[in-house]
Design a protein around this ligand. Structure first.
Ligand code: T46
Length: 135
């Protein structure tokens, strides 16, 4: 599985750090939605779904968390712990988010508006979908 990360630019001086990203330059799609996940209960695991079309960039702007990615052939875990590094998710990949630190804020840039019809929330349906998609 090809894991793609994006390094955002950072300006740092004695007074602190400033990182920035520009739509369609640093993020390879038009951003239509931004959401963030925070105050995650200790030990909680989220996600358990794949998307049919949605593209997203995930980054932990504070704290850390882990993302399990599963393309139906292999599984990989990525740790997000750097506010200047984003994880690009495109294609139909099953994801689970876990090991959130108490202070974690997971920020997500998405290529489209929220649409429950784009979610595959059952693992067997996911396997069936990617088999049919790859025919
Ligand atoms: C993803 C991972 C990384 C909305 O109403 N609007 C929204 O924009 C979003 C993202 C969610 N919702 C609703 C849908 C559910 O009733 O908020 C509730 C929680 O969503 P969900 O259980 O899907 O949250 P996660 O953390 O499991 O997954 C989220 C995103 O939904 C998903 O696209 O890739 O973060």
């Amino acid at each position: 599985m090809d894991i793609r990360t994006i390094n955002f630019q950072k300006r740092q001086n004695d007074t602190g750090c400033l990182a920035f990203l520009e739509a369609q330059r640093d993020i390879p799609f038009e951003i239509k939605r931004v959401y963030y996940i925070f105050n995650v209960a200790p030990g909680a695991r989220r996600g358990f779904h794949a998307h049919k079309k949605l593209k997203q960039v995930l980054l932990c702007i504070n704290g850390s968390c882990k993302i399990l990615l599963d393309d139906g052939k292999e599984k990989k875990t990525v740790e997000l712990n750097d506010p200047t590094q984003g994880l690009l998710l495109e294609g139909t990949v099953w994801r689970e988010m876990f090991d959130f630190s108490a202070d974690a804020v997971l920020l997500v840039f998405a290529s489209d508006y929220y649409d429950e019809n784009d979610y595959i929330r059952n693992y067997n349906d996911f396997l069936k979908y990617i088999r049919e998609d790859n025919k």
